[in-house]
Design a protein around this ligand. Structure first.
Ligand SMILES: Cc1cc2nc3c(=O)[nH]c(=O)nc-3n(C[C@H](O)[C@H](O)[C@H](O)COP(=O)(O)OP(=O)(O)OC[C@H]3O[C@@H](n4cnc5c(N)ncnc54)[C@H](O)[C@@H]3O)c2cc1C
Ligand SMILES: *[C@@H]1O[C@H](CO)[C@@H](O)[C@H](O)[C@H]1NC(C)=O
Ligand SMILES: *[C@@H]1O[C@H](CO)[C@@H](O)[C@H](O)[C@H]1NC(C)=O
Length: 427
């Protein structure tokens, strides 16, 4: 009962899912297709919380991930003179505390690399003992798909960008919030309707570190609905995160253009910011890992159509502001692999229905942030900023007192996951 699966996208969810599926049956044929010529290591810090650390532990990767985690010691909100307004600590993995820093934070590139390398190690160590040369896991870089055809029942006929055609039992779209596979499978209209913009433009890149720059992250609110974070932790470079709720045609349109154009649009939007303006705009221009996107949530009524299924940001992007995107990717990878292993090749449709059903509570929880709440974090005037500073100060001092002397809460996130003995995980 082996499956022939195509996974589109080698970000976080593609390799994680592939590894879990392969563990359930080493004879599966799994192809991971990545549009870039290599894995994409861009991005800044991502949080690992809720079920994420537990799933990584099951996969035998938590120690390796922990070793790569950054050691950010908390967050300071600063005014335009760099004076501290409020300070937040680190939230232990099981707790919901205000602040930015989680116990496990890792650079996206490190996370992607660990998963990619682990998937190759696992593939090498599993002796498939199969005559079929296609057995196992393989990566195909520098290619994408241009057409999907599901007219033949229970099969997906895929046309690749090099003109090749191949038939699969299942196609997994793990190609991120702009998923091209989602568009091909569900149609332009459904795919577009699923995209809920939060009206926030975001850019992430690395800056040269200033000597003695603190391991504490800094957040600054600026007039014109702009927010900037710098995050250094123990690294030799500083991560910069720019967010703006400005309505700007130039920003909205830049994502379809070159990185140079995107940099230009962001440089213009942040040129006159009242904190670290020179450092940010010149750093932005010379950065080699610049990544920008419009923040959105993806809300799909169905996570699959026929034998094409959505995984990770492609199916249920919660937005980076929740800090839960990676968690949702890992939960999705685990449940999808688990359901496929349980139902087998003869009943892929039942597996996909069950995946959809079981994902809903996790998706709803991670997407519960409202655009209205978010917009409060982007005051337009100095008065609004003053109000936010007062609020930040109050929350920081209240939460400090509140958490003092509190017992560590028990982390019960793992208990919410369904169990899949079929995945052959240690549990
Ligand atoms: C370069 C980059 C930087 C990011 N930086 C941050 C960050 O700093 N902070 C943050 O919170 N989130 C960031 N994100 C988003 C974050 O990775 C996701 O929210 C989360 O990890 C979900 O992962 P995913 O695997 O579903 O999607 P992604 O991590 O987005 O991975 C999707 C993968 O699919 C590939 N792909 C896309 N289209 C195609 C196609 N048509 N054919 C084949 N392959 C395709 C992409 O190149 C990418 O490797 C970033 C994403 C990327 C791609
Ligand atoms: C996975 O293993 C198979 C053999 O079992 C091999 O043909 C294939 O190249 C390996 N894939 C990777 C990505 O190393
Ligand atoms: C597929 O699974 C569903 C639900 O578990 C079940 O009702 C159906 O009979 C199964 N079909 C086959 C062909 O096994």
């Amino acid at each position: 009962m082996t499956l022939n699966v195509l996974v589109v996208g080698a970000g976080v969810s593609g390799p994680a899912f592939a590894m879990l599926l392969q563990r359930s049956n080493p004879k599966h044929k799994i192809t991971i297709l990545e549009r870039s010529p290599t894995i994409r290591l861009g991005g800044q810090q991502i949080d690992l919380k809720n079920q994420g650390p537990h799933i990584l532990r099951q996969m035998g990767l938590l120690d390796e991930i922990k070793a790569k985690c950054v050691d950010e010691t908390g967050l300071e909100v600063v005014d335009s003179k760099d004076k501290t307004i409020a300070r937040f600590g680190v939230a232990p993995a099981g707790q919901r505390r205000p602040g930015l820093t989680s116990e496990h934070e890792i650079l996206r590139g490190d996370m992607v690399q660990v998963l990619y390398e682990a998937s190759i190690r696992q593939n090498q160590s599993i002796k498939a003992q199969s005559e079929d040369p296609d057995t196992g896991l393989r990566y195909v870089f520098g290619q994408t798909i241009v057409a999907l055809d599901q007219r033949e029942n229970d099969n997906v006929d895929v046309t690749f960008s090099n003109g090749e055609k191949k038939r699969y039992d299942l196609v997994v779209a793990a190609d991120g919030q702009w998923s091209h596979t989602r568009r091909l499978a569900f149609g332009e209209e459904t795919s577009k309707a699923a995209f809920r913009s939060l009206g926030i433009h975001a850019a992430y890149f690395s800056l040269p570190r200033i000597e003695n720059e603190a391991t504490l992250a800094k957040a600054h609110l600026a007039p014109g609905r702009r927010m900037v974070f710098t995050r250094t932790s123990g690294r030799p470079v500083t991560g910069a995160l720019l967010f703006t709720m400005q309505k700007s045609e130039k920003l909205s349109g830049c994502y379809r253009e070159s990185i140079e154009k995107q940099k230009e649009a962001f440089a213009e939007a942040f040129r006159d910011i009242d904190w670290q303006a020179d450092r940010l705009t010149s750093g932005l221009k010379s950065s080699s890992d610049f990544y920008a996107h419009e923040l959105c949530q993806i809300k799909m009524k169905e996570l699959s159509t026929g034998h094409v299924v959505l995984l990770g940001d492609a199916g249920y992007c919660p937005t980076p502001f929740t800090g839960l995107g990676t968690n949702l990717c890992l939960v999705g990878s685990y449940i999808l692999a688990g359901e496929l292993a349980r139902h087998g090749r003869s009943n892929i449709s039942a597996a996909l229905r069950s995946y959809d059903e079981k994902m809903r509570p996790f998706i709803d929880e991670c997407q519960s942030i409202s655009p209205t709440t978010l917009s409060l974090f982007f005051p337009s005037s100095r008065l609004g900023i003053w109000a936010m500073h007062s609020l930040a100060w109050a929350v920081a001092s209240f939460s400090e007192r509140f958490w003092q002397g509190q017992e560590e809460l028990k982390d019960d996130h793992a208990e919410k996951l369904p169990m899949y003995p079929e995945l052959n995980l240690p549990w």
